[in-house]
Design a protein around this ligand. Structure first.
Ligand code: COA
Length: 141
């Protein structure tokens, strides 16, 4: 079994992102990756999806026990969706560095959103990597 080492949850008002889209859309570029923005644009509920992804980014910081610390960037945390629609987390930059420093190399994410609110729940755990390269395997500690 993987060792659960951190959890984070966050809730965001969707209205906040309706306003950003209307008043300051260029601000989205400093918060959301190109992948996230194009995924959210495919939906009628774009602001809901953006709000859910912002909640995911804040939930990751909570799972790490940190706020937005020096050197970190919102773009270091990306939400992707696999073909079934399930969301996954991809970390990079300073956020990934700090996560690995804490031994956190496996992340789980769940999202939900409605017209008013979006919520994200994140868990982080430690899995031992036993081989490198294309065929690398992870063994749960
Ligand atoms: C996938 C499903 C559970 C999403 O639930 P929902 O209540 O429709 O919508 P929510 O706002 O709570 O959740 C949406 C998020 O679920 C996540 N999601 C989608 N497919 C998923 C999957 N296969 N596994 C895990 N999470 C998934 C996504 O993150 C999505 O948000 P995003 O597109 O912005 O990334 C739902 O669409 C579903 O398939 N339910 C099965 C039962 C059903 O078909 N009911 C309808 C008739 S009663």
């Amino acid at each position: 079994m993987a060792q659960l080492a951190g959890i984070g949850v966050d809730i965001v008002r969707v209205e906040k992102f309706n306003q950003v889209i209307e008043d300051n859309p260029q601000a989205l570029d400093s918060i959301f990756t190109e992948f996230e923005q194009s995924y959210c644009k495919t939906s009628r509920n774009r602001a809901e999806r953006l709000a859910a992804r912002f909640a995911a980014k804040e939930a990751v910081l909570k799972a790490l026990g940190l706020g937005m610390a020096k050197g970190m960037n919102w773009l270091d945390i990306e939400v992707q969706n696999v073909p079934t629609g399930q969301p996954i987390l991809k970390l990079g930059g300073e956020v990934e560095r700090r996560a690995l420093h804490q031994g956190l190399n496996s992340w789980q994410l769940s999202l939900s959103h409605c017209r008013e609110y979006a919520i994200a729940c994140v868990s982080a755990s430690n899995e031992e990597v036993v081989a490198q390269g294309e065929n690398s395997e992870k063994i749960s500690k």
